[in-house]
Design a protein around this ligand. Structure first.
Ligand code: AMP
Length: 416
């Protein structure tokens, strides 16, 4: 029979890699609430209009990458390609803008984009991210950027670079786009077919192109930073100043425009030099018009989304204290109940314990412990029962000690 395999661009996550996911999830649930973020969970699918209106109809994501399907009632539904639009929708629909304070949310979950899979790029991938609503200060931009950068440092992701830009606003961007269009039209024939189209649909996206020739040509194009209006210019200066208070270094990157239409003013990305072509670990920025565009009040937004698969690629092996595994072996069948009692007391305390109920022979149990990769085997035999003791065998160096039962808690604290 033909084997059924997972759809292209998806992947199963299982041990030992799953330990890194647990580690990351625990860390972020501990870290982001420090900044007053509260978790929000939104549905995995939404009405297609949410993303068309939110992300922009001319973006790559909406044009080429959405998983849209009709349900039985002929509705067009889309598997979410990102979560900001959904968080905004949820906040408007549930009146959170008037009910929750401060307006800060974090999320974690799967996203879906139909793109060509490659290292670090999947069709189902996972993001965590934060959103801050109703705070237009440059300082909050710096705080959001700082928290994303510092979090990566806290979980030991090395060799990261922060890229910063401003993409202006509805007042200054049109003038910039006009100049950009004029300049790109002059070099149209040298650009790839995709970029030629972008000149008329969304010239800003030319800077996203990975084609080397297009990169070389667009390096000569006007830079948005030179066209910022007074308000955007001042805001950007203040962001840079605030970042220096947080003591993090950044590269000014005029090519950083981000793939989604809703960004205004600050845009940032953190990359890793160890990742190859798909080097962005996370990206985000300010989006002052999205909430209004989705039918909400005139409230600003600022946030980022981080790619968990790419961060996991950068994490060292994770070892939890409780990852140390204990096997409880019994010398003969009548002692199995004693083994169960001991195992129960250890599970109650949160330790990771295995008892094999089928192998009656001690030698076979030790063999099994070895196979599983157990750290310590606790042996219960006749002598141990008489002396109220436990024999402990290290499965790494096979040294064995015998301790009194009352000394067990101390031993566990020192060794597990
Ligand atoms: P974006 O929502 O496009 O700004 O992406 C934010 C982050 O999500 C990126 O920096 C990546 O780390 C991650 N990401 C985006 N698309 C994918 C994908 N197809 N596969 C894996 N990670 C992705």
């Amino acid at each position: 029979m033909k084997r059924i395999i997972a759809p292209k661009g998806t992947k199963d996550i299982f041990p030992p890699e799953i330990a890194k996911w647990h580690y990351l999830e625990e860390k972020l649930r501990d870290y982001f609430p420090r900044f007053m973020y509260k978790e929000i969970r939104t549905p995995i699918f939404e009405h297609i209009e949410l993303f068309q209106r939110g992300i922009g109809t001319e973006t790559e994501v909406v044009q080429k990458e959405m998983y849209t399907f009709k349900d039985k009632a002929n509705r067009d539904l889309t598997l979410r390609p990102e979560n900001t639009a959904s968080v905004v929708r949820a906040a408007i629909e549930n009146d959170l803008f008037n009910r929750v304070y401060p307006l800060r949310f974090f999320y974690i979950g799967p996203m879906f984009r139909y793109d060509k899979p490659q290292k670090g790029r999947f069709r189902q991938f996972h993001q965590f991210g934060v959103e801050v609503f109703g705070d237009e200060s440059a300082q909050v931009d710096a705080e959001v950027i700082y928290s994303s950068y510092d979090f990566l440092k806290e979980i030991n992701v090395r060799d990261i670079q922060l890229h910063l830009n401003s993409v202006g606003c509805e007042n200054c961007r049109p003038n910039f786009l006009k100049h950009l269009r004029t300049e790109s039209e002059k070099r149209m024939k040298e650009l790839c077919v995709d970029c030629q189209k972008k000149i008329y649909t969304n010239p800003l996206r030319i800077f996203d192109c990975k084609n080397l020739k297009c990169i070389e040509i667009s390096n000569d194009f006007p830079k948005i930073i030179d066209y910022l209006c007074k308000e955007c210019g001042t805001h950007f200066e203040e962001v840079k100043e605030a970042l220096s208070i947080f003591k993090i270094k950044f590269n000014l990157n005029p090519r950083l425009v981000r793939g989604l239409d809703y960004y205004t003013k600050t845009a940032f990305e953190i990359t890793s030099s160890q990742l190859g072509a798909q080097d962005a670990l996370l990206g985000g920025g300010r989006y002052n018009n999205l909430i209004k565009e989705l039918g909400g009040a005139d409230i600003s937004g600022m946030g980022f989304a981080a790619g968990i698969e790419r961060i996991i690629l950068q994490l060292d092996d994770v070892k939890h204290k409780k990852d140390k595994m204990i096997f409880i072996a019994y010398q003969s069948l009548p002692l199995m109940n004693k083994a169960i009692q001991l195992a129960k007391s250890l599970w109650d305390k949160g330790y990771c314990v295995y008892v094999d109920y089928n192998l009656k022979n001690l030698k076979k149990q030790l063999k099994k412990a070895n196979k599983i990769g157990i750290d310590y085997t606790f042996i219960i035999g006749e002598d141990e029962i008489v002396n109220e003791s436990i024999s402990i065998k290290s499965m790494k160096n096979y040294e064995q000690i015998t301790i009194k039962q009352e000394e067990l808690d101390k031993w566990l604290i020192n060794n597990i």
